[in-house]
Write a protein that binds this ligand. Structure first.
Ligand code: HEM
Ligand SMILES: N[C@@H](CC(=O)c1ccccc1NC=O)C(=O)O
Length: 272
């Protein structure tokens, strides 16, 4: 039998459940308590992690597209990311139907587990350039994940690539920005701001970079909306209790709202 024949036979026999690995997927809602709402809690997290998987896949593709100057595919990939972000933000409405007294009935069974440990969430934030020292420490016990995260931590993020594109288009970007240590949190720079300002002032000439900038602003805007809805939903459900991950809880979630991923793209708006 030829390989092609084997492949075709397999395809003919294959069912919907086979293709989607539904047995594994639908057997993975392992409730630790007998509480009815724990199912909601697990499903919301699993759905969010699945969407995060796709976000990472699309952002990686967008970075590759940009590196090879394929702007149109990059825009499509980034637009898809924003649509997914909208979906995971809507998920908070479902979770918010759970009341404090319902959650408290199974919260203890979660132990010290926390969204803090979501490595896909970190991969997304790293690709957006949000790299805070010591964050990798959380993952030291799991060497495989640690390696993946460490690599992403050192790599250029989306914004670093966008700044390269400004330079390639002829804008003056200092060498110490182009060659910076990408594992350090990004600090805003006057030349980068001047370049983006020029792109916005003369968008007809710099149409491609202008579109890229707006796609990045979309991503940051949606990400902050996700963070805000998380913070508010948490306040609604646990008030100002400490988090299971050891943080101050809502006040910690509020503190991260103050950060900017692409600071110049926000700053320039005041002066336009
Ligand atoms: C009842 C629902 C939830 C509560 C009470 C809650 C609470 C918290 C708290 C208090 C933190 C701070 C870390 C800690 O000390 O534990 C946190 C972090 C986090 N949670 Fe949730 N959370 C909830 C649902 C979710 C959902 C549905 C997701 C989706 C995946 C999620 C993802 C995360 C992430 C990624 C972090 C880390 C944020 C960061 O470090 O900036 N959480 N959560
Ligand atoms: N940090 C939450 C617990 C929590 O939400 C959680 C626990 C286990 C797996 C995922 C979680 N989601 C987000 O933090 C709390 O303090 O109640």
């Amino acid at each position: 039998m030829s390989d092609q024949q084997i492949y075709t036979d397999f395809k003919n026999d294959m069912t919907y459940a086979d293709y989607l690995s539904l047995d594994q997927l639908l057997a993975a809602q392992n409730r630790l308590s007998g509480h009815h709402d724990e199912m909601l809690f697990i499903v919301i997290h699993q759905v969010s992690e699945l969407w995060m998987k796709l976000i990472i896949h699309e952002i990686q593709a967008a970075c590759e597209s940009l590196l090879s100057n394929q702007f149109e595919p990059a825009f499509k990939q980034l637009a898809r990311v924003s649509k997914i972000q909208e979906q995971i933000i809507k998920a908070w409405d479902v979770l918010a139907t759970m009341t404090p007294s319902e959650y408290i009935e199974f919260r203890d069974s979660l132990g010290k587990a926390s969204g803090f440990q979501s490595y896909q969430y970190r991969l997304i934030e790293f690709s957006l350039g949000y790299k805070i020292p010591h964050i990798l420490k959380i993952y030291e016990q799991d060497q495989d994940i640690y390696q993946v995260l460490e690599k992403a931590y050192q790599e250029k993020g989306l914004y670093d690539i966008a700044i390269d594109k400004l330079s390639e288009a002829g804008f003056h970007i200092p060498e110490d920005i182009l060659q910076r240590d990408f594992s350090m949190p990004y600090k805003k720079n006057a030349d980068v701001k001047a370049a983006w300002s020029e792109v916005y002032k003369d968008s007809a000439t710099h149409w491609t970079l202008y579109q890229l900038a707006e796609k990045l602003v979309d991503l940051e805007d949606w990400h902050q909306q996700w963070r805000f809805r998380h913070m508010k939903t948490v306040e609604r459900i646990i008030g100002f209790k400490k988090g299971t991950g050891g943080s101050a809880g809502v006040n910690y979630l509020k503190s991260v709202l103050d950060t900017y991923f692409f600071p110049e793209l926000w700053d320039l708006r005041t002066e336009l």
